[in-house]
Design a protein around this ligand. Structure first.
Ligand code: SF4
Length: 483
């Protein structure tokens, strides 16, 4: 149920006037909520049969929707020290050929399962580096996908691919457009040579700009650039120079991610020298700068770490209350089930999440046995679905209609969420949200801290923290800092 509220899109320029002391207090570890419950709550109790039930429920209830398809290509040529993705660094291209043979098996199985309800409106290739595949391998894979699923026409569907500008030529970009992709996302991170050296990702400015020009010439509908703040050797001045160059290149979307330094979890991050990392204060200054510089240049602050031109589908979808959040971040197609293929990929069908095996050996072994390679997942209960909706609304629309939730669910909001309302009061005192009888609205200042606001509604996280506190222990440190 969608109820419009006049304050949905306020000027994001005021975000730059953040209160640093509130930011420091809020700088905790927390999930990014690409799903709720978050992936760390999945268990092996959820098996292939549960996934099959979720799909057959869709079919029997005639409740099927257009699909989003995600393909995970885990390979990379070289390692970027900051990376926390699930990837395999190898120069042995034969590994990709073997992987593709299994990936195609999985796609065939999913295609048969969704037979008759397999219209795809959204396709995303992520990794790793999807362009690790050769032209021929990509053409073959796209043909196979078209054989197993029905892809909506180009002007309807959103077909995107993440590319590493170091791995593609101008000709390759044109080829990707011919293969059916209409959105492209480029990893840049930072243009500063010293920063690039410190993270082992040397990528010339000219290389990146050439690929952006090629994408425009080839007719890509949207070009997106990924940056990171908080990397070693970065400072406000270098960040400002990078932002100016990115703005001059005029991409449709810009994502500015917060670097999460967790060397205890991600081995490659141990290559980064701690003394080269910017201080917490300097990170806040960089974040503030990003917001100021990008909004002054005319970009709309979508939320979390995303900016878009006002004419971009993401900004329009947000204005119309159609924005959605999934494992790829913000998305314009809200009512889709997500079918994800590839090692470690996560699907979301109906009220379920399921994740594939995380190692190539296990992934291959399951497919050898002709079973879907699902290793774990979760079936959502009513409370999960309700909290997922609340977190989605807050993340995408920055507001919550209490009325519409009470109509859709058998609850009295203020009773059901009595303890959450207590916590929200503190956030209201901090100027991050406004609580009215019918609405909870995220104030412009609160948009930056939207993860903290959503964390109030995360039942699993709160139970875990309460348990840790009762045992005088720290809660597990598996999430990144929220700021
Ligand atoms: S950042 Fe991208 S290219 Fe670099 S190692 Fe990670 S997945 Fe590979």
């Amino acid at each position: 149920m969608q109820v419009a509220h006049p304050s949905t899109l306020q000027s994001s320029a005021s975000l730059a006037g953040m209160n640093k002391s509130v930011l420091r207090r809020m700088d905790q570890r927390g999930p990014r909520y690409t799903s709720y419950p978050t992936a760390d709550r999945f268990t092996s109790d959820f098996a292939v049969t549960d996934y099959l039930h979720a799909v057959s429920d869709r079919r029997s209830m005639s409740a099927w929707r257009a699909l989003s398809l995600y393909l995970h290509i885990p390979f990379c040529d070289t390692i970027c020290y900051y990376c926390a993705c699930n990837k395999i660094v190898t120069k042995n291209r034969a590994k990709a050929a073997l992987y593709l043979s299994y990936l195609k098996r999985e796609i065939s199985m999913q295609g048969s399962l969704f037979s008759g309800m397999n219209q795809v409106e959204q396709l995303h290739f992520g990794g790793g580096t999807p362009t690790y595949l050769s032209d021929e391998q990509m053409s073959d894979l796209m043909d196979h996908i078209r054989h197993c699923f029905t892809l909506a026409p180009d002007h309807v569907g959103e077909y995107s691919i993440e590319i590493d500008p170091r791995t593609v030529s101008v000709e390759r970009v044109h080829k990707l457009r011919q293969q059916g992709f209409n959105r492209i996302s480029l990893g840049v991170q930072d243009f500063d040579p010293e920063v690039q050296l410190a993270v082992n990702r040397v990528q010339s400015e000219e290389q990146t700009l050439e690929i952006i020009r090629a994408a425009r010439d080839a007719g890509f509908r949207s070009v997106s650039i990924d940056l990171i703040y908080g990397l070693p050797k970065q400072n406000v001045m270098s960040m400002s120079r990078t932002l100016a160059k990115v703005i001059a290149a005029s991409p449709d979307r810009i994502a500015v991610y917060n670097y999460a330094h967790m060397p205890q979890l991600f081995k490659t991050q141990r290559q980064i020298k701690e003394e080269d990392l910017p201080s917490a204060d300097s990170k806040l200054d960089m974040l503030s700068l990003c917001i100021r510089q990008l909004t002054s240049a005319g970009y709309v602050y979508i939320g979390m770490d995303h900016f878009a031109k006002p004419t971009d589908d993401l900004a329009i979808a947000q204005q119309q209350g159609r924005l959605h959040r999934n494992f790829q971040g913000y998305s314009t197609h809200s009512e889709t089930d997500l079918v994800a293929c590839g090692v470690s990929a996560i699907s979301a069908v109906g009220g379920s999440y399921s994740q594939n095996e995380k190692t190539l050996d296990d992934y291959y072994a399951r497919l050898e046995n002709s079973t879907l390679p699902i290793a774990r997942g979760i079936q959502l209960g009513m409370d999960d679905v309700l909290r997922r909706l609340i977190i989605q609304r807050l993340m995408c629309n920055f507001e919550l209609s209490i009325n519409s939730l009470e109509i859709a669910y058998p609850i009295v909001f203020r009773e059901y969420f009595a303890s959450e309302m207590e916590k929200l009061k503190q956030l209201e005192e901090d100027g991050l949200i406004k609580i009215e009888p019918e609405w909870i609205t995220v104030e412009p200042k609160g948009r930056l801290l939207i993860r903290n606001i959503c964390m109030v509604f995360d039942r699993y996280l709160n139970q875990e923290r309460e348990k840790a506190a009762s045992q005088n222990k720290d809660a597990p440190q598996r999430y990144s800092q929220t700021v």
